[in-house]
Design a protein around this ligand. Structure first.
Ligand SMILES: Cc1cc2nc3c(=O)[nH]c(=O)nc-3n(C[C@H](O)[C@H](O)[C@H](O)COP(=O)(O)O)c2cc1C
Length: 205
């Protein structure tokens, strides 16, 4: 039997989404699924593989200034029609999703709104807002302004959510990420949509 093929396309501003993307790919590969991982920021549009040959697609974006990365939005816009015809996984890594107080709001803003806008909701679509990184360590790559913006997001939190100044705060839940990846593998393996798209073998009699 042919192995399912997945394209995982993402953009990461500071590396959090990139590490999540590679963890998802590792889980899928352990489930006997072939995965091509592409960073849409460095991958020219002309080199982006055609989605026709993929059984399923996963899209990921880091959130910055309340938005998805432009390259991911452009990718969704250009492939909107074909994305509707395949099992689809959508995830973001977001500061607001890190905090239980603002997690639901983050899902609303960064998932439901986008899925709705591109009319991508369907029976074989899964989505999740994973937490992210607040890097306030001395080796952080944020500019002064970026640090201030992120500090404001951290401060807007209330009950029990603590972001330490001077430290790298990592709110990604790796167990959740792995479980989500396994769910996507299950969808691929039982997909009615993708079954229809498997290359047909012609039996000669
Ligand atoms: C300048 C800046 C702006 C940010 N704006 C938001 C925001 O509006 N909403 C949010 O949920 N998180 C925001 N974040 C937090 C990021 O989403 C979080 O750090 C995430 O892990 C980034 O993933 P990435 O490094 O893959 O892009 C911001 C981070 C930075 C540095």
């Amino acid at each position: 039997m042919t192995k399912p093929q997945v394209l995982l396309a993402y953009v990461s501003h500071f590396g959090s989404t990139s590490e999540i993307a590679h963890e998802i790919a590792d889980v899928l590969r352990r489930e006997e699924i072939n995965v091509d991982v592409i960073d849409l920021k460095t991958h020219a549009e002309t080199q982006t593989p055609s989605l026709t040959n993929y059984t399923g697609v996963i899209i990921g974006s880091g959130i910055r200034m309340a938005s998805w990365a432009k390259e991911v939005l452009d990718f969704v816009q250009s492939n909107r029609k074909i994305l509707k015809s395949k099992p689809l996984g959508v995830f973001v890594s977001s500061g607001e999703a890190s905090n239980p107080d603002t997690y639901e709001k983050a899902k609303e803003k960064y998932l439901y709104k986008i899925l709705d806008e591109f009319q991508l909701m369907g029976p074989e679509v899964i989505y999740e807002a994973f937490g992210g990184i607040f890097d306030f360590s001395s080796s952080s790559n944020y500019s002064f302004l970026e640090k201030k913006i992120l500090q404001r997001i951290a401060e807007s939190s209330s009950s029990g959510f603590v972001v330490n100044d001077g430290k790298l705060n990592d709110f990604r839940n790796w167990q959740l990420i792995r479980e989500w990846s396994t769910t996507f593998a299950d969808i691929l393996n039982t997909s009615e949509i993708s079954e229809k798209q498997q290359p047909q073998t012609v039996t000669r009699v």
